[in-house]
Ligand binder design. Structure first.
Ligand code: GAR
Length: 207
C-alpha cells in the first residue's frame, strides 16, 4: 500500500495550462492540517500561466518541453528526473495535457494522480467537455484517478457529477466542472496523503 513517510507530504504538480486546479491545491495546502505541500510545479509548456501561479507563491517550477527532445522516451526520462529531484510522495497532473510514458510511470508507480473533466470511462482525451456536449449527455462531471499506461484509463479515486444545462456551451460547462473539480481534487489528494491508499486491481481504497 503506498503511504506517505513524511508530513507534510511532498507533492509535485504537472500542469500545461491556466493552473486553476494547482491554485486549489495550493490553497488547500496552506492549512498545516491538510498534510501536503506543493514543492514544485512542472510544465511541458514554456509560458504556461500555471508556472506564474507557482512563482507568485514562491513555489519552485521547471519546464521540460517535448520539442527539446529527439523522441518521447528521452522526454519522459528527462521529465521523470526533473520531478524526482523534488523527492515527491505524490505527483498530481492538474491539466497536464501530455501522455506519460512507461519510464515515468515506473518511477512513480501508483503515486500519479490525474484529474479529468468528465465521468470516465466516458469522454477520455483532450476534448472531454466538448465531446460530452456534442454527445448530448445530461450529466457530466469530473474524475480523479490514478494514472496508468492508457489515456485516462487508470483506477478511479473519486468522481463528482455536474448537470449539463440546456444553454451550456463548452466554456460554461467547463467552468462549472472546474468548480467541482477544484474541491474534489483537493479533497482526494488530502485524504491520500493523510491516510494512504490501497490499490487492488481497479479498486482503490482511501480512508
Ligand atoms: C481541467 O479541467 C482538467 O481536468 C483538464 O484541463 C483543465 C485544466 O484546467 N484536463 C484534461 O482535459 C486532461 N485530459 P486548469 O489549468 O485551470 O487547472
Amino acid at each position: 500500500m503506498p503511504s506517505i513517510e513524511q508530513a507534510p507530504a511532498r507533492v509535485v504538480v504537472l500542469a500545461s495550462g491556466a493552473g486553476s486546479n494547482l491554485v486549489a491545491l495550493l490553497a488547500a495546502s496552506a492549512d498545516p492540517a491538510y498534510g501536503a505541500e506543493v514543492v514544485a510545479v512542472g510544465s511541458d509548456v514554456e509560458h504556461a500561466p500555471a508556472l506564474d501561479r507557482a512563482t507568485e507563491r514562491g513555489v519552485a517550477s521547471f519546464v521540460e518541453p517535448l520539442s527539446a527532445h529527439p523522441d518521447r522516451a528521452s522526454w519522459n526520462r528527462a521529465l521523470a528526473d526533473r520531478v524526482a529531484a523534488h523527492r515527491p510522495d505524490l505527483v498530481v497532473c492538474a491539466g497536464f495535457m501530455r501522455i506519460l510514458g512507461a519510464t515515468f510511470l515506473q518511477r512513480f508507480s501508483e503515486r500519479i494522480v490525474n484529474t479529468h473533466p468528465a465521468l470516465l470511462p466516458a469522454f477520455p482525451g483532450v476534448h472531454a467537455v466538448r465531446d460530452a456536449l456534442a454527445y448530448g449527455v445530461r450529466v457530466s462531471g469530473v474524475t480523479v484517478h490514478l494514472v496508468d499506461a492508457g489515456v485516462d484509463t487508470g483506477p478511479v479515486l473519486d468522481q463528482r457529477a455536474v448537470p449539463v444545462l440546456a444553454d451550456d456551451d463548452e466554456a460554461s460547462l467547463h467552468a462549472r466542472i472546474k468548480d467541482a473539480e477544484h474541491e474534489l481534487l483537493a479533497d482526494v489528494v488530502g485524504r491520500m496523503v493523510r491516510g494512504g491508499w490501497t490499490v487492488t486491481g481497479r479498486k482503490v481504497t482511501i480512508p
